[in-house]
Structure formats: structure tokens, C-alpha cells
Design a protein around this ligand. Structure first.
Ligand code: T1G
Length: 698
């Protein structure tokens, strides 16, 4: 059983012991019931303390059990909580570090709660697309009141225990966590000596002068944040049921809502993203205990948009950065941009001025490579041209200290070729940040053939410190994200030739949930960037069939917002994308020239061709081992490309549609004009034939 049982001075101490966060898996749940019963039958025991070993009281239900038989096997969490609440001997929950989800619900079933300061208290179920399913929507309002509980449940945000000291949730809060055990024991001995029944949270009343009014206000507020997610609304419904119909009916309704929500695709997507985020930092052939190198000094080469943003990530984490440029004015421009970025945050109240100054003080600008000699990690963010990278890396090979990690921010070039410019290829790795580098969470860590395992382990750990979602990619053109987006854009362009217009394509995929469609995105990033990549591609892969329609647009000088016009027209000072008659006429002309029979293209076809183009290329990336797991690809798209979170990423979405249907659609498009772009990934056909998905546990 994952619960230790000891007794001390007439108090039975039940310690949850299910690392890493005392998830309330079946064996833990059974252990608690076992311990409660054992304490009832021991006459020497007058009271019970319930606490958690290690770094948590409990992180809640064991989400690795979700949608498996264990999750609903007795004793379920509601049964466990009834056993705790029904104990004839008082139960004192001794809370430290983390009491979340079912962990907090368990504590609410106890008669008393003693907490150490600094503990994270939350009901975060809504973030997993569900709601507290073990009484949280009924007991928390009775413990801390309607408003505070509804805010915690609908936001899912943690609150520090000391902030709840006067909320009614705790009977005592101890400032020093080291004193929690003794304080809880003393408290238990005290209440154990008291005659009579002990208080139950469920018996308290929910007092509010205008509950109906507040609940309506909450409903109005939640509409905005719950655009694609049903859970926040259900949280309010369950709380309201408890207010209007009493505890037992509220509990039953909560259970109904939980059972319904846990089956929804949105909840599956959110749980997938939760685990995907954590799984991404695990590299199959790099042991989790691989020793890492110390990174206390970082250098960034290039103070342009990317270099400046990259430098900010490190100084934000308190790591000093030496920023190297070739010319003084470029260096000054870069420093001014960094300061301006911080000032914007200060102006919005997101950053204290003194913190801005502390961070800027960590920046050491320089024009000399000699200043990089002590750096533990050097990230180059210079012009995306192999010759320039060669100069930089040959120079770094001369000045960087032994063991320094040499990283390239390249977004398309071959990291193995870059590594070969040095005599230390084992220390070379790609760190592909996404613009704006100080904002976007995604970091593609590109593993060269010779990149050492401890270099990878070091970079993955450092990524967590600078709050990035790091995903390991092998070396190929475009790594994971850009290689897939290439096929997505190809389909978008073909559909313009075949009958669609930019505004229709963007509207269809934005309705699917993308933050921005391909044409608005291209106008924002600059159409000339894609143009330069296509020109290189035409030379490297003359056989690849592309629509030249985007080249035609660039030949017209329509690079996007920065030139006042791209796929759309723009007005000065206004970022609204207005459909352009000039562009729509050009598209019509182009279709005529290429004898393309323009036809009406449905929104459904637009979404299928754009999303399945990602899926098909993602499947090939998995087949080639460029990505080690499908959830890594999903994390790339959720954190770097605006793929809708409620769909869980392209590969999970494909599983939700069913690979059998994905395969049929791809074969259908392969038989139509421009069908040569659809080379079905063999793994899709194989998995479909086996009735499996990308994310099924093999
Ligand atoms: N179940 C199983 N494993 C969990 C877990 C959980 N609830 N929470 C975390 N882990 C694993 C995680 O996958 C990782 O594993 C390790 O613990 C460390 O996590 C009925 C149904 C608790 C604040 O949503 O917010 O209760 O990668 O890297 O930064 O109403 O984990 O090491 O193998 O995040 O110190 C509600 C989710 C469940 C809490 C710790 N509970 N967890 O943060 O470590 S639903 C949650 C967290 C529920 C009831 C319902 C955080 C943390 P590995 P970590 P951390």
C-alpha cells in the first residue's frame, strides 16, 4: 500500500507515499481506507493525522490512471473521503508543499486542517478540462465561501496557504514547515481528548447576500475564457447546484458533470498537453540522471531581433549574458530594443522598474570575441546563411573554453554541417527559438549526429529554467515545426489556384481554432521570408512541385504589413487585414495562366487539407526518428504555431478523427489536381489498419 501507518502518543499517522507527488492512485486510495479502519480498531488511538511524504501532501488524482479501469475501481476518491469524514476519531490533515485537486478534496474531508506556509492550494481540474470530482465544488464553498471558492475552482489557479490563513479553510497555519508535524500531532492530541462529534465541512452553510447575482456575474465573466471549453461552465453549474439544492444533491450533480467532462475531446486534449509538456523533456536514449554541465555564464552572438530576445530569456532567469555584435551601432540598437521591451512591461505593470534594472545589469555588451572565453553556453543568432555561421563557429572554436556548449539558433540550416566547422562537434547543438524569442514558449533543441548526451540533458534542464517548452528534433530541413508548416502552406497555395481566396482560407482555419490563418500569418511575418526559402528550395529540390502564386505576390513587392500590402491590403497604423481586389484579381489571372479550373472549395476541405498536411508530414517525421514521440510534435504545434489547445495538437486531432478517416481523405486528395503533394506516410496506413492512433500506448 502506498500509505505508511505509524502511531505516536495515541495518534495514528497516515503518510501518503506515492512519489512523485502522492497521486491518489488505487493503491494509495486503498491504503488510506485501510489506515482509517485500522485506527478505528486500535483503542490506543484517539486521533489520526493524514499527511504526505516527499514534495507534496498530494497532487490529486493520479492522472496516469485516467480512462483506465483503476480510475473508477473502488475505493474511488469519494469513497475514501467518506471514510475519512465518517471516522469516529478526528482526522487532522497536515498539509505542506502541494495540496491540489483530489489532494485538497481529501483534506476537505478531514475534520481539521493544519497547513505549513508556502503550500500551493488549488483545485486545478478545470485546466484538465474537468471539474473537481470528489466533492470540491461542494466542500470548498462551505469552507471558504462562495466567491473565493468559485474563483479558485473556475481559474484552477493555486493560492499560497498563508493567503488562506483566515479563509476558514485551516484550523492552524504554521510559518515554518519544519514545525508542521509536531504542530499537527499536538493538535490531534488536543482534539482527540475532546468528547463529542467533530466538525464536518459538509455541515457548514454557504452564506452569501446574493448568491444568484454573483453566480450570474461569474457566468458572464467566464464566457470569454471558456470559448472552446465546457468545463468552466460546468464548475459554476455544480457550485450552483450545491447552493440551491444542498450538499447531497450538489455532490450527485458534480459526479454527473465529472463523468461527462472526462470523456470530452477537450479534456483529452488538455490532459495530453499536460503530459506532453512533461514527456518532451524526456529523451529516450538520454538517462534522466545524466550529469549536466553548469551554466552560469551565457553569451549571445547577434543583438538583432532574435539575439536580443534570446538574451532576455537568460537575464530574466538571473543568468548573466555577454552580448556580442560586430558594430557599435548594432550593439546599441540591440540594447535599446531590449530596454524598450522591458519598459513596455513596466508600463503595463507587469514588471517592477527595479527588476528591469537588475536584469539589464546582467547584460555585458561587447564587440570582442575574447569576452566570450568564460561563457558556459554561447548561442549564435546571426544572419541565416551558412557562410556567416561558418565564420562564427570557426572563431568560437578558437576562443570558447573547453566544455562550453556552442548553440546555433538556425531555423533551417544543417546543424551537422555547422558542428563540422569546429573541432568539438559533440558540444554543438541547435537551439531554435521562435520569434519573439522572449515570448514564445517553444524551443526546438536540434540534436546533431555527434551532440553529446550531457549537452542535451544540460540544454533541456536549462530550457525549464528559462520557462521554455523544449522539444528535441533530429537534423532535417525545417526540423519539426517548419518542415510541417511547409506542407501546410503548400496546400494553402494550391487551394488559391484551385478556387479559394486568402480570406476564405484564413477564416476556415481560424474557425477550426488556429490563432491566425496562413495568409494573415505570412503578411505579419513577411512574405519575403518564405520567398527566400522557396528560392533556395527550388535549387535544392527542383523536383518539388510548388504553386508559384506566392512568388508572384512577392514580385509585386507585396511583402505584407511591412510594405502596406501582402495577401491583404493594410491602412497606415491599422493592422486589420482587408481583402485585396488586386490580389484576388492576380489569383484569378494565375489560375487562368495555369489552366486551373477554379471551383468552390468547402471550409471542410480547407481544414482537412491544411491539418492533414501537418499530420502526414508529422507521421514521416516520426518514421524517420526526427521526433521521438507524437506528443512532441503536438507540443511543437501547441506552443509554437498557434494550433488550438482544445484539439490537442495535429497528431492527437488525427487520433480523434481516426487514422482510418485521415487515410481515406489523403488518398482522396492524392487523386485530385496537385495530388502529387500527397505522398501518404506508410505509418498512417499501418496504424489505421491496426485500429490504432499515434498517441496510443504501443
Ligand atoms: N498524477 C500523476 N502524476 C502527476 C500528477 C498527478 N496528479 N501531478 C504531477 N504528476 C507527475 C508529473 O507528470 C511529473 O512526472 C511529476 O509528477 C512532477 O510533476 C478527483 C480528478 C503537483 C504542482 O492537476 O500541477 O484530482 O515527469 O514536473 O513542477 O477532483 O505537477 O517526473 O514522471 O509538474 O513540482 C488534479 C497537476 C488532478 C495537479 C508539481 N491535480 N500537477 O509540480 O513537478 S485531477 C493536478 C501539477 C483530480 C479530482 C480530480 C504539478 C505539481 P515525471 P512536475 P512540479
Amino acid at each position: 500500500m502506498a500509505v505508511d501507518y505509524t502511531t505516536r502518543d495515541g495518534v495514528a499517522v497516515l503518510t501518503l507515499n506515492n512519489p512523485p507527488v502522492n497521486g491518489l492512485g488505487l493503491s494509495t486510495r486503498a491504503g488510506i481506507v485501510e489506515g482509517i479502519e485500522r485506527a478505528q480498531n486500535d483503542p490506543a488511538v484517539k486521533a489520526i493525522v493524514l499527511t504526505g511524504a516527499g514534495k507534496a501532501f498530494s497532487g490529486g488524482a493520479d492522472i496516469t490512471e485516467f480512462n483506465t479501469p483503476k480510475a473508477t475501481q473502488e475505493p474511488t476518491l469519494p469513497t475514501v473521503i467518506e471514510a475519512v469524514e465518517g471516522s469516529a476519531k478526528p482526522v487532522v490533515a497536515a498539509i505542506h508543499s502541494v495540496a491540489m485537486g483530489g489532494g485538497l478534496e481529501l483534506a476537505l474531508g478531514a475534520h481539521y486542517r493544519v497547513a505549513a506556509a508556502g503550500a500551493q492550494i488549488a483545485l486545478p481540474e478545470v485546466k484538465l478540462g474537468i471539474l473537481p470530482g470528489a466533492g470540491g465544488t461542494q466542500r470548498l464553498p462551505r469552507a471558504i465561501g462562495l466567491e473565493a471558492s468559485l474563483n479558485m475552482i473556475v481559474s484552477g489557479a493555486p493560492v499560497l496557504s498563508e493567503k488562506l490563513a483566515d479563509s476558514g479553510l485551516f484550523d492552524e497555519v504554521v510559518a515554518n514547515p519544519a514545525e508542521l508535524a509536531d504542530t499537527a500531532l499536538a493538535f490531534a492530541r488536543k482534539v482527540g481528548a475532546q468528547a463529542g462529534a467533530h466538525p464536518k465541512v459538509r455541515d457548514r452553510k454557504i452564506e452569501h447576500p446574493n448568491a444568484a447575482g454573483f453566480i450570474q456575474f461569474a457566468r458572464n465573466t467566464v464566457v470569454a475564457i471558456a470559448k472552446h471549453f465546457p468545463a468552466p461552465h460546468k464548475c459554476i453549474d455544480a457550485i450552483e447546484a450545491g447552493v440551491n439544492d444542498g450538499f447531497d444533491k450538489g455532490l450527485a450533480f458534480e459526479r454527473e458533470c465529472f463523468t461527462a467532462l472526462v470523456q470530452t475531446p477537450e479534456s483529452r486534449a488538455l490532459r495530453h498537453a499536460f503530459f506532453g509538456e512533461r514527456a518532451a523533456s524526456k529523451i529516450p536514449d538520454v538517462p534522466s540522471d545524466t550529469p549536466v554541465r553548469d551554466i552560469t555564464q551565457v553569451a549571445v552572438i547577434g543583438a538583432g531581433t532574435m539575439g536580443g530576445g534570446i538574451a532576455m530569456n537568460f537575464i530574466n532567469a538571473g543568468i548573466p549574458v555577454t552580448l556580442l555584435e560586430t558594430k557599435q551601432e548594432a550593439l546599441e540598437r540591440g540594447l535599446a530594443t531590449i530596454r524598450k521591451n522591458y519598459e513596455a512591461s513596466v508600463k503595463k505593470g507587469k514588471l517592477k522598474p527595479e527588476v528591469m534594472e537588475q536584469r539589464l545589469a546582467l547584460l555585458s555588451p561587447t564587440l570582442s570575441y575574447d569576452e566570450l572565453k568564460q561563457a558556459d553556453l554561447i548561442v549564435e543568432a546571426v544572419f541565416e546563411e551558412l557562410g556567416v555561421k561558418e565564420q562564427v563557429f570557426r572563431r568560437l572554436d578558437e576562443v570558447a573554453k573547453p566544455g562550453a556548449i556552442l548553440a546555433s539558433n538556425t531555423s533551417t540550416l544543417d546543424v551537422d554541417r555547422i558542428a563540422a566547422f569546429t573541432k568539438r562537434p559533440q558540444d554543438v547543438v541547435g537551439m531554435h527559438f521562435f520569434s519573439p524569442a522572449n515570448v514564445m514558449k517553444l524551443l526546438e533543441v536540434v540534436r546533431g549526429k555527434e551532440t553529446a548526451k550531457d549537452v542535451l540533458a544540460t540544454v533541456m534542464k536549462l530550457a525549464k529554467k528559462i520557462k521554455k517548452t523544449a522539444v528535441v528534433s533530429g537534423v532535417c530541413d525545417g526540423f519539426i515545426g517548419n518542415r510541417m508548416i511547409e506542407q501546410y502552406i503548400r496546400q494553402a497555395l494550391f487551394m488559391l489556384e484551385e478556387g479559394a481566396l486568402p480570406a476564405q482560407v484564413d477564416r476556415a482555419i481560424e474557425k477550426f481554432g488556429f490563432a491566425m490563418g496562413p495568409f494573415r500569418m505570412s503578411d505579419l511575418a513577411g512574405n519575403d521570408i518564405g520567398w527566400a526559402i522557396r528560392k533556395r528550395r527550388y535549387l535544392e529540390h527542383p523536383e518539388m512541385h510548388y504553386s508559384k502564386i506566392a512568388d508572384r505576390l512577392c514580385e509585386m513587392g507585396r511583402f505584407g504589413q511591412k510594405t502596406g500590402g501582402g495577401w491583404y491590403d493594410y491602412k497606415a497604423g491599422d493592422r486589420t487585414a482587408y481583402p485585396s481586389s488586386v490580389v484576388n484579381d492576380m489569383i484569378g489571372e494565375y489560375s487562368k495562366e495555369t489552366n486551373a479550373q477554379r471551383r468552390k472549395i468547402s471550409d471542410e476541405e480547407i481544414v482537412e487539407r491544411l491539418v492533414f498536411a501537418l499530420v502526414n508530414e508529422g507521421a514521416k517525421i516520426l518514421e524517420e526518428g526526427i521526433a521521438s514521440k507524437a506528443s512532441d510534435i503536438d507540443m511543437v504545434y501547441l506552443t509554437g504555431y498557434g494550433f488550438p489547445l482544445h484539439r490537442g495538437g495535429p497528431m492527437l486531432y488525427a487520433d480523434t478523427v481516426g487514422l482510418y478517416n485521415v487515410e481515406r481523405a489523403i488518398r482522396r486528395y492524392a487523386a485530385r489536381p496537385n495530388g502529387d503533394a500527397w505522398q501518404l506516410a506508410p505509418s498512417i496506413a499501418k496504424l489505421a489498419a491496426e485500429g490504432r492512433g499515434f498517441n496510443d500506448r504501443a
